[in-house]
Design a protein around this ligand. Structure first.
Ligand code: CMC
Length: 427
């Protein structure tokens, strides 16, 4: 017999179906609750609200498990390449050779960006934050593809997916080049996705640039680790915007804006800035641990804690090891790595962090690798966005294919009750 949950309210009993997911997670389907009882549920921050069913990513925060379409993050980070993982997320299965070649070939052929986009880009001041620029440019992209708004050409969605995957790294490197006062580099289609990105970032017209395979492989791993994370803030934003049937570019642009915040993707930049500040302050780790625990200070240990991981973040484990490998292979001796290790060690022994289940998250060590790869701090969240793009696309597509209703939460009003208008001379 199907499971149900009962709610007793105002002396009456109401019964609601319990939905069970493929990994045994359970949810009460309350879609009829308001109609039957007049009640809504109140859950600020959506800490306990399932906004959708989804077959893309499984996350078990208590046991530190993350899987894309059933494949463990550990396996994918070790054995797959980023575009193969992107295909898996977006289309549901690992690609066979032909599917992979078509997908990668399409992305490779679309890396050039319309030259008119440069005029928009040129209008930004040199010190504009790249996340704001990226969000604006992705939003502007829909102006270049009017067929997007032609209902008879809906099958073209695969082209838009390819375009976004292809062009986002190109746009990202524009931001960096401008900040350096260097000419932008055009994509090199003979290079793979990560190598092409590194070439556009770091090559200069005056000398040869060879992509270091250690750097390309580390980047590939980082992008895979960031590729999806079920219904986080930016993904939920993409889905909410997409639920109004807004186009893919506008929905992704909104996701980039959501990711920018320091409590979400912006944390990787904040981690490095925090570690630098601790270093400049003499490396006194204890002082910062104490500050993070002090409820009168609004300082938080950036890169620590997670809304859903309450044991460990499996991505952080992979990244910590990758950071050690990459720094050793590149011969980089970064003193902030020692500060990071010291902070982690001290926090993991401290009752404040242990009792609140606060562990290093994906962003604690990712900034250290990005820095070793030569990526500047204000580009860290852009790197997160490049990695997260296939996840956003997959979630947007799932919502669209399932024809989900427009997202429209309710509220409990706590303002004034009805009152008379007061003319300005009487206020
Ligand atoms: N430093 C100090 N105290 C913390 C921290 C921290 N980093 N994170 C949480 N706490 C405390 C918080 O003060 C609260 O204490 P109390 O119960 O005494 O009031 C308790 O732990 C629970 O925190 P919360 O804010 O209710 O937890 P949340 O689930 O709403 O927040 C979080 C999750 C990630 C926003 C938060 O842990 C945080 O601000 N971390 C630092 C920012 C960060 O690293 N963000 C990156 C997240 S991973 C990348 C991504 O997926 O976006």
């Amino acid at each position: 017999m199907a499971e149900t949950a009962k709610i007793i309210f105002d002396g009456q009993e109401f019964e609601y179906p319990v939905f069970t997911g493929s990994e045994g997670e359970k949810a009460i389907d309350i879609s009829k609750l308001r109609g039957q009882t007049g009640l809504i549920t109140l859950d600020p921050g959506y800490k306990n609200t399932g906004a959708t069913k989804s077959a893309i990513t499984f996350l078990d925060g208590e046991n530190g498990i993350l899987r894309y379409r059933g494949y463990s993050i550990e396996d994918l980070a070790e054995k797959a390449d980023f575009l193969g993982v992107a295909y898996l997320l977006i289309y549901g299965e690992l690609p066979n050779k032909e599917q992979y070649d078509n997908f990668v070939g399409g992305i490779t052929r679309h890396t050039l960006v319309n030259e008119d986009m440069r005029k928009i880009f040129d209008g930004f001041p040199v010190n504009a934050h790249p996340m704001g620029v990226m969000s604006s440019l992705v939003s502007a992209m829909c102006g270049f593809y009017p067929e997007l708004f032609d209902k008879s050409k809906e099958e073209n969605i695969d082209h838009h997916i390819v375009r976004l995957m292809a062009k986002l790294p190109t746009l990202a490197t524009w931001c960096y080049k401008k900040s350096q006062g260097h000419p932008i580099n055009y994509p090199q289609n003979k290079l793979d996705y990560c190598s092409n990105f590194l070439h556009m970032m770091f090559a200069l017209p005056v000398e040869d640039y060879h992509v270091d395979p250690v750097v390309a492989s580390a980047l590939n791993k980082l992008l895979i680790l960031h590729a999806d994370h079920e219904q986080n803030c930016s993904t939920s934003t993409v889905r909410l915007v997409g639920s109004s049937q807004a186009n893919l570019y506008s929905s992704i642009s909104a996701g980039i804006s959501a990711l920018w915040g320091p409590l979400h993707g912006g944390a990787n930049q904040e981690v490095i800035e925090m570690l630098e500040a601790i270093k400049a302050d003499g490396g006194n780790v204890k002082k910062y641990i104490d500050m993070a625990k002090d409820k009168n200070s609004n300082f938080r240990l950036m890169g620590f804690g997670h809304r859903v991981y309450k044991n460990f973040d499996p991505r952080a484990r992979i990244i910590k090891k990758a950071a050690d490998d990459v720094l050793e292979k590149l011969g980089v001796n970064d003193p902030i790595l020692d500060i990071a290790r010291g902070l982690e060690e001290a926090a993991l022994k401290d009752d404040y962090f242990v009792s609140r289940k606060l562990y290093p998250n994906v962003d604690f060590y990712s900034g250290i690798i990005y820095r070793a790869l030569g990526i500047p701090v204000n580009m860290f969240t852009v790197m997160f966005a490049i990695g997260r793009l296939p996840g956003w696309i997959a979630q947007w597509l799932e919502l669209r294919n399932e024809g989900q209703a427009i997202g429209r939460p309710r509220q409990i009003y706590t303002g004034h009750t009805a009152r008379e208008f007061v003319p300005i001379e009487n206020r």
